[in-house]
Design a protein around this ligand. Sequence first.
Ligand code: HSE
Length: 302
Amino acid sequence: MVSYKVPATSANIGPGFDCLGMAVNIYNTISFEETDKGLEIEVIGDGSDTVPLDENNMAYETAKYFFDKVGYKFKGLKIKIHNYIPIARGLGSSSSIVIGALLCANDIAGTNMSKDEILNIANEIEGHPDNVTPALVGSITASVILGDTVEYKKIIPPDMLDTIVLIPEHEMSTNEARKILPKTYDRQDCIYNISRASLLIMAMITSDYELLSKVVDDKIHQPYRKSLIKEYDFFENIMKSNGALATFISGSGSTLMAFCHKTMSQELYEILKEECKKNNIKGTIKILSPVKEGAIKLEIGG
Ligand code: HSE
């Protein structure tokens, strides 16, 4: 059996639409074993009663795509998924499955592909690299698609950076959340985002928390998507008025994320919990920390 642990990710990080992404410390574990025949899938955790357990399962579809591509004929497969990343909430759950399944399939087929090759295949499947890159390599990444390959660089997250998230109960499909975006943008809006995304990277590299607090705004996706997330204004008000550095939609939502200094995270967590209770806002609240490491192979003892 081969097994990989893959982190959750937050794509976009405000102005970095389809480019920036960050790995955070919740994980899915994806395990594969080649068997003599048939398909056996087990899902534990989030989605255990909704995720398809047949050929429509995303881990299976990903592995099949990989095996067909490299010409590997498998007999049967046993797939086990421990799903701790909430599904369809903008925390990269599908990217973690795609990365985990590709890494497992690469081991089973003995194809020995490099991380860069795995990333290119993941991007073919996902269509935008801002979740799959940090899921694979960890840290904070900037990615670009050049022809049919992904180029990326990663930077180590600032030591004292934490995030607080409100994960609403309602799901949001990335496809649907992309449909509501405009096809073209005003030049001023482009300048607004390009300048902020550039400075956001500078702020991360130099651990400049004050600069970070000023450059997370966005005009490419959040103004259009926030109407789909009823908790948006509530979250922004509570977090910003209590000392969070910045707030943004994680990926395409529905999760809302706030950056904060590590010394503030517990206090902000408690405040948000209390305010959600008072205002009857449902959802899961967590402190999530950026992580340096991406997908790792687990040594299975039997
Ligand atoms: N960047 C994508 C979006 C989500 O916001 O639609 C993750 O790839």
